[in-house]
Ligand binder design. Structure first.
Ligand SMILES: C[S@@+](CC[C@H](N)C(=O)[O-])C[C@H]1O[C@@H](n2cnc3c(N)ncnc32)[C@H](O)[C@@H]1O
Length: 390
């Protein structure tokens, strides 16, 4: 792989010859060329910036030096050269990710264009697109003074993925982001240090248990620190916390309700089921007349249930679990929660389900409910009750 860098601070890129990229050069895996952009500026002061059209603070990098530099560097390999990808480092680019590092590691030539001041005249990028593939890449949602640090970081992420670069290729596979998760915590000897012990599972030699522990730790870490990386279905840990719903939950409750009751409507052949008829105002209003609880996973509202007193009976309703998370015990957990929080004067629980909802009926019977009656309606519904014990 050939890597070129266009910058007004070539010295800033000195670390390229250190550490791992330096080793990759020594191994013949990469070729590095750092260019001073000012060598394509022809006035006495070797000017590379000018005031912005339209006004505003700061200076903009002029197109002429960049245009000449790109023409020359992109043509440097002669007519048979491999096609290049030009990476413009910019805070308004696509985020740098492990997936992008993998993609760039597959290229034969990368040219890094390091901006300074308020950035580079847009026509430079438009021109570059006529010559090569262009990627605008951001290191993160913050602003650096120049693109050199970004170019160094991108280089390091890319070069360590080149075949033959890492001594132990397996160490690449297990890292953060490779499987969409952050890495689990790692430990080395001694087993006990300053009162902190290595988790016993890592000392036991049971590889299945170690793999399960590591996966669990990776999921927990990701859910805690980067819930945006995790689909809620992967974050399921079995540790559900049902908390009282607030008005801000209403929109998600409505969405979940619609997702859950479409299936009920189909099974019972009844599209007039109340949960499908309600709007946001109805759900918001219900929060005042029912004790509603919600469970969130990785930030997403994935389950809910509500209860209220009717005479001496605690009526439980709208027991719902996100369709992709069923079969993991969340429904049972919500039902038990709804029973636990029943008003003290309640002597029995009551809930309703469609007469044709066989899976629900089975579940409720398993939880100790029995069908009292089937009401007269398109879907039944069946009324189930259970005496309160203890
Ligand atoms: C001061 S910044 C210019 C910021 C620009 N005015 C803006 O708001 O998008 C100067 C140069 O630093 C580099 N830079 C700054 N933040 C960056 C980031 N998060 N990722 C990649 N490059 C960055 C870019 O090359 C940019 O042209």
């Amino acid at each position: 792989m050939r890597l070129d860098y266009l910058t007004i601070f070539p010295d800033y890129l000195a670390p390229l010859s250190l550490s791992l990229p330096g080793k990759a050069v020594a191994k013949g895996l990469i070729e590095l060329h750092v260019h001073d952009l000012r060598s394509w500026a022809h006035d006495r002061h070797r000017t590379v910036d000018d005031t912005p059209y339209g006004g505003g603070a700061g200076m903009v990098m002029k197109p002429e030096p960049w245009g000449e530099a790109l023409d020359e560097v992109l043509g440097a390999g002669g007519p048979d050269q491999a096609p290049a990808t030009v990476v413009f480092t910019t805070p308004s680019g696509e985020p740098m990710t492990q997936a992008l590092a993998r993609e760039l590691a597959g290229r034969e030539r990368l040219v890094f264009a390091c901006g300074r001041y308020e950035g580079i005249d847009q026509r430079v990028l438009d021109h570059a697109r006529t010559l090569a593939e262009v990627r605008e890449v951001s290191l993160g949602d913050y602003v650096l003074n120049g693109g050199e640090v970004a170019a160094l970081a991108i280089t390091e992420a890319v070069v360590r993925l080149l075949p033959g670069f890492m001594g132990n290729a397996a160490s690449l596979v297990e890292e953060s982001h490779e499987d969409g998760l952050l890495e689990y915590p790692v430990y080395t000897k001694p087993a006990s240090w300053r009162g902190h012990d290595v988790p016993p599972v890592l000392l036991g030699g049971n590889h299945g248990a170690i793999a399960a522990w590591r996966h669990d730790q990776a999921v927990r870490r990701t859910a805690e620190r980067r819930p945006d990386l995790l689909h809620a279905s992967a974050a399921v840990s079995g540790e559900w916390a049902a908390v009282p719903a607030v008005r801000g939950d209403a929109a998600e409750l409505l969405t979940l309700q619609l997702a859950c009751w479409v299936g009920e409507a189909l099974v019972n052949g009844d599209l007039t089921l109340p949960p499908l008829q309600e709007g946001l105002d109805d759900v918001t209003a219900s929060l005042s007349s029912w004790d509603t609880y919600v469970v969130r996973s990785a930030g997403r509202l994935v389950g809910s249930v509500r209860g209220r007193l009717d005479g001496r009976t605690w009526e439980i309703g709208r027991l719902m679990v996100a369709p992709d998370l069923r079969g993991r015990g969340l429904g049972r957990h919500l039902l038990e929660h709804a029973e636990r929080v029943a008003a003290p004067e309640a002597t029995a629980y009551r809930l309703f389900t469609g007469a044709a909802s066989t899976a629900n009926l089975r579940r409720y019977k398993r939880a100790g409910y029995s069908v009292r009656e089937v009401l007269d309606g398109p879907s039944g519904p069946a009324v189930l009750t259970k005496p309160r014990r203890g």
